[in-house]
Design a protein around this ligand. Structure first.
Ligand SMILES: Cc1cc2nc3c(=O)[nH]c(=O)nc-3n(C[C@H](O)[C@H](O)[C@H](O)COP(=O)(O)OP(=O)(O)OC[C@H]3O[C@@H](n4cnc5c(N)ncnc54)[C@H](O)[C@@H]3O)c2cc1C
Length: 410
């Protein structure tokens, strides 16, 4: 056999994109995708609430890198070589133009993930990529040197395939044991923990506010150094929204070590304490003739204002002039640092990812080849890389796939 025979394990976004880019760059290579289930691109189809948040409108590489709690420095060159603009151009030139929402998330103009899935499926077929479903790879065995093939892949069904090169595009797993398929090759795994989750808060008074949201709140976990801000949503289980998801991504491991039991301090506006004092004072003076519970506070929904006053134990029949310094300070405390005890997490319905996976120290960022294991490559979520919500995880799938394809096509 003169041509390379490349087998990609996993029919997800990164597996499909690796196969397509490989055939685009070098039509003479033989490419096969093996998928353990009977379906392809399953996660992509349900992604972004069925709309597929393909990427994020973040054109500069340094700005893009700020959205990755894990993998930031590893991704630098990869994003230079396959940027957000490359993704936009590729989809556009293949008949799937993307549109940008006000928060920067990019979706297909059709607003349907099916459009993206169908494009990838059609394109791979057209380029001659072979697909085998219901083929769960259980072991990857190196073959003796000198032969045509370097690898034998064994399936759970007893069947097998051989390959010159193998691309692991198997996505993220929740348990370290699920990476056993490659552990015997000496590939180091960073133990997986979930990222992008919402906070469970066992507080019925908070649950009663479910559906309420604020535009720009701050979330700080007691003992964790950073504070994150963004929209915040109260759910029937606790807190959600971009501010919480961002916090869950950056503090994914820290929260896992504490079994998700910690205290979240919420500032209902993205203001410093000094700014909040000034803001509240001005608001109350402007509404000096109104009872405190009738004051409308900019950016704080009515029900939330009542809740803040209740938590601050403020007598609601008072006017601004009657508030004692102590009472004013208690309102400020609840506006700036309302504490909530978390006792667990819930996966966010629109997007969740694994933090952990193949240790990046063992991967060559120029080729996606595993160091010391020639002919074995890895792309997408199987790597110890993850981004915050907003299209950043698919961008990793496209960029790492493009890098691997470029190297393999040579
Ligand atoms: C509900 C949900 C919504 C999401 N929405 C978004 C979004 O809108 N935007 C965004 O950027 N990110 C989103 N994400 C994250 C994004 O989907 C993933 O980061 C991305 O799919 C990773 O692609 P991948 O190809 O690496 O892995 P996957 O898409 O997980 O594909 C891996 C494939 O490998 C197969 N496989 C695994 N083991 C084997 C084996 N042993 N043998 C053969 N096949 C195997 C799996 O069955 C699977 O089909 C979402 C995630 C979820 C769960």
């Amino acid at each position: 056999m003169t041509n390379k025979c490349i087998v990609i394990i996993g029919a997800g976004a990164s597996g499909y994109f690796t196969a397509i880019r490989l055939k685009e760059l070098n039509p003479s290579v033989e490419v096969m995708i093996l998928e353990k289930t009977g379906k392809i691109l399953s996660k992509l189809r349900i992604s972004g609430g069925g709309r597929c948040n393909v990427t994020h409108d973040c054109k500069g590489v340094s700005a893009l890198l700020q959205h990755y709690p894990r993998g930031k420095s590893f991704l630098k060159k990869i994003f230079h070589d396959w940027s957000v603009q490359h993704t936009i151009d590729w989809f556009e030139s293949n008949g799937v133009p993307l549109k940008t929402e006000s928060d920067g998330r990019m979706f297909p103009e059709s607003d349907s993930s099916e459009t993206v899935a169908q494009l990838l499926e059609w394109k791979a077929k057209k380029l001659g990529v072979e697909l085998m479903t219901n083929a769960s790879v259980v072991t990857i065995v190196p073959l003796p040197a000198g032969g045509t093939y370097r690898w034998q892949l064994n399936f759970n069904t007893g069947g097998s395939e051989v390959a010159t090169d193998v691309v692991l595009a198997v996505g993220g797993f929740s348990k370290e044991s699920q990476y056993n398929m490659i552990a015997h090759l000496g590939v180091k795994i960073v133990s997986p923990v979930p990222s992008l989750f919402t906070f469970n808060i066992p507080d019925a008074t908070l649950h009663a506010l479910h559906g309420l949201s604020v535009q720009d709140a701050k979330v700080k976990l007691t003992g964790y150094p950073e504070t994150y801000h963004g929209p915040l949503l109260v759910t029937h289980r606790g807190l959600s929204g971009p501010a919480v998801l961002k916090t869950s991504a950056w503090a994914a491991r820290w929260m896992n070590e504490r079994a998700y039991c910690t205290t979240a301090l919420v500032s209902w506006k993205n203001l410093s304490e000094e700014e909040m004092r000034e803001f509240l004072k001005t608001t109350l003076i402007e509404n000096g003739k109104k009872r405190i519970d009738n004051v409308s506070v900019d950016g704080i929904p009515r029900r939330l204002w009542d809740y803040i006053l209740q938590r601050a134990e403020t007598p609601t029949d008072k006017l601004e002039a009657d508030l004692s310094k102590f009472e004013f300070n208690k309102i400020i405390e609840n506006l700036c640092r309302m504490p909530f005890e978390t006792d667990g997490r819930t996966m966010f319905k629109e997007e969740f990812v694994t933090a952990g996976g193949i240790d990046l120290e063992h991967v060559n960022a120029k080729t996606m080849e595993i160091k010391g294991v020639p002919g074995l490559y890895a792309t997408g979520e199987v790597l110890d890389i993850d981004g915050v919500t907003g299209g950043f995880n698919f961008q990793v799938a496209w960029s790492t796939a493009a890098t691997a394809a470029e190297a393999l096509a040579r």
